[in-house]
Write a protein that binds this ligand. Structure first.
Ligand SMILES: Nc1nc2c(ncn2[C@@H]2O[C@H](COP(=O)(O)OP(=O)(O)OP(=O)(O)O)[C@@H](O)[C@H]2O)c(=O)[nH]1
Ligand SMILES: [Mg+2]
Length: 328
């Protein structure tokens, strides 16, 4: 127990211990955390309490909900073209990035271990609606299986590294942790695994590259890693290089635009459906409506790799700019 805890701490601690329901307990625990002075000596205590708080909130949340999906880690895709998971060690700026790129407002603080549940947001880049999810820190001691499942559900991983806090070590620890759960980047060599790894496009966002003085540190990191990894230096605080991060993410996601056409009518060229390279008529039908997916009889495609109105089977792979007519 760190020294120098204020009297309010002990008062809040008593109320917390006496509270009965998870909701009450969570309320008092939040108060308790807020009166702990913030310094290195209390980092561990605050992190432990925040872990407890997350569990209590999950319990309180589950008690309220009647649906079968009670976990905060269960997040719907909400019709977005792709899902990007922002992950990384504590305090690297994950929540700050989500706040900057979407309307979501996860808590940001200078103390590590602020986030204990994921928060989704939608980032709109040109015609692409991308779901971005802020996550709790990647940390050996606190990692939850549900976080790993969430990361596995992504189309792209943005791994954040804090340039001001041993970036190389931090990068290595985060990668080792992900690898432990068989999560690998697309290009990473894999050795000695008995089961198939889960592969993802992965971008390393090196945050807090605020000014040219620190930029030299980035160059060192880049020199070491650039042959095997895709790095983007950013400063969320100063809004630097965020459009490059987005551009590189979109390139890696390999998105394509596919337009729908009703029989006998011109195609709707204003509202493309956003799919990914390699997606098929089946994926398109599913995106339009599951009735089409279930009852599809035939389809026709117009585009650069087909002749006009070419009949296409469910497994036909679509290209960027294709126009598709579905028949039930
Ligand atoms: N100097 C600097 N500080 C930043 C930058 N981005 C975020 N921060 C600060 O870094 C601290 C941590 O930011 P968060 O967004 O809470 O970090 P996090 O990764 O979500 O942290 P956890 O939820 O604890 O894992 C806050 O004090 C932010 O203001 C940046 O580009 N430069
Ligand atoms: Mg956070």
């Amino acid at each position: 127990m760190p020294a120098n805890l204020p009297p309010e701490y002990f008062h809040a601690e008593r109320l917390y211990k006496e509270a009965k329901t998870p909701e009450e307990k969570a309320g008092y625990l939040e108060e308790l955390i807020s009166v702990i002075p913030k310094h290195k000596g209390t980092d561990k205590l605050r992190a432990d309490f925040r872990a407890k708080l997350a569990k209590l909130k999950t319990a309180a949340f589950a008690a309220k909900k009647t649906s079968k999906h009670t976990s905060q880690f269960h997040i719907e895709r909400e019709g977005s073209a792709a899902r990007i998971i922002i992950c990384g060690a504590a305090n690297t700026g994950k929540s700050s990035l989500l706040r900057k790129l979407t309307h979501a407002e996860p808590e940001v603080s200078d103390a590590p271990f602020t986030t204990w549940a994921p928060t989704p947001g939608t980032a709109i880049f040109e015609e692409y609606h991308i779901q971005m999810i802020d996550t709790p820190p990647l940390d050996r001691e606190y990692i939850e299986p549900e976080l790993i499942d969430l990361i596995k559900s992504s189309d792209l991983i943005i791994l954040m590294v804090d340039l001001l806090d041993n970036p190389i070590e931090q990068f290595q620890n985060s990668i080792a942790l992900l690898n432990n759960f068989r999560i690998y980047s697309d290009h990473q060599p894999v050795e000695g695994l008995e089961k198939t790894p889960y592969r993802f496009p992965m971008l390393i966002a090196v945050n807090k590259d605020d000014d040219p003085r620190i930029d030299e540190d980035y160059e060192v990191l880049n020199e070491l890693l650039h042959e095997d990894w895709k790095l983007v230096p950013i400063s969320v605080a100063r809004g630097l290089n965020l459009s490059r991060l987005i551009k590189e993410s979109l390139d890696m996601l390999k998105l394509i635009r596919v337009y729908s056409k009703q029989p006998g009518k011109p195609a709707d060229m204003k509202m493309p459906f956003i799919l990914r390279e390699g997606n098929t008529i089946n994926d398109f039908a599913m995106r339009v409506h599951k009735d089409f997916f279930e009852n599809l009889k035939s389809a026709r495609v117009w585009g650069k790799n087909v002749f006009d109105g070419q009949p296409a089977a469910r497994g036909h792979i679509l290209s960027d700019g294709d126009i598709v007519e579905l028949h039930m």
